[in-house]
Design a protein around this ligand. Structure first.
Ligand code: NAD
Length: 263
């Protein structure tokens, strides 16, 4: 990693919960100045900030924005840049899921998935990249999914969005490769977060089985390890990609999925 006295400035979207919060905690422990983000009001995000900031040299700062609102989405990265001067590390992590056959999917729900994951990544990259280029250093990490590489039934809008995030990753990597900037997509399999806990409840109900049975027979049926991926596994990879030793890793997808995409 470049030997700067000043801390790296890291914006992580959707970092009040799950994967984003785990990355925020890891980055705080590493001494980065973390800009945390969520849709929740500041008082609701306070607990997440306390968790992430427990071992922090630089206390994380919270930015609230509803990424399904285009103006708020476009304003997020500029607000962080206004406060800290730049964004060195950008993690586009915010995302939602809705499980339903495509012929029953309302356009508003489809669009919401696209806006929160894909459109927001455009906005943050668009704002952060010029300053990264100027600095000659930057890291962009997009949290895609195994669904950025494979499809599952009843998840077409999510699958389409995550495939697009992978495409965005490759395009941005090519455009920024000569500026000391890398752009990669981490593609997790199932990680037990609130996003998946809801799917466990829904699948148990839909199949008339217990939540344990739904986890083993439905949720993890396609994940060969039959184990959830740990939050620490994703956070550690997101940290590794920030290092100087990862400077030639760009434009790629990194699967952490218990063997899912080997099939
Ligand atoms: P989560 O539900 O625990 O957290 C979602 C985060 O997104 C929260 O911080 C929330 O504030 C934010 N968010 C939700 N709606 C928002 C909105 N309208 N505007 C702004 N922010 C909003 O989810 P997670 O499981 O940690 O997922 C994080 C990312 O990882 C997502 O992009 C998801 O698609 C991806 N992913 C998750 C899994 C998994 O199994 N959990 C697997 C592969 C990929």
């Amino acid at each position: 990693m470049a030997d700067h006295q000043e801390p790296k400035i890291a914006l992580i979207t959707g970092s009040t919960s799950g994967i984003g919060l785990a990355i925020a905690k890891r980055y705080c422990e590493a001494g980065f100045q973390v800009a945390m983000h969520g849709v929740e009001a500041a008082d609701e995000a306070a607990q997440a900030l306390a968790i992430a900031g427990k071992e922090a040299k630089h206390a994380p700062v919270y930015f609230q924005a509803d990424l399904s609102d285009n103006a708020q989405s476009a304003g997020l990265a500029p607000a962080v840049i206004q406060q800290f001067g730049r964004i060195d590390i950008l993690v586009n992590n915010a995302g939602i899921q809705k499980v339903q056959p495509i012929d029953q999917f309302e356009y508003a729900d489809f669009n919401r998935i696209v806006q929160i994951s894909l459109d927001s990544s455009y906005h943050t990259i668009h704002a952060a990249l010029p300053l990264m280029k100027k600095a000659g250093w930057g890291r962009i990490i997009n949290i895609a999914s195994a669904h950025g590489l494979r499809a599952s039934v009843n998840k077409a809008p999510y699958v389409a969005t995550k495939h697009a995030v992978v495409g965005l990753t490759k395009g941005v990597a090519l455009e920024s490769a000569e500026y000391g900037i890398t752009c990669n997509a981490i593609c997790p399999g199932f990680v037990l977060t609130p996003l998946v806990e809801k799917q466990v409840r829904d699948q148990a109900k839909a199949h008339g089985m217990s939540e344990d049975e739904a986890i083993r027979n439905v949720i993890l049926a396609g994940q060969p390890t039959k184990q959830f991926v740990g939050l620490d596994e994703i956070a550690e990879m997101a940290f590794y990609l920030c290092g100087d030793w990862a400077r030639s890793i760009t434009g790629t997808t990194i699967s952490i999925d218990g063997g899912w995409t080997a099939k």
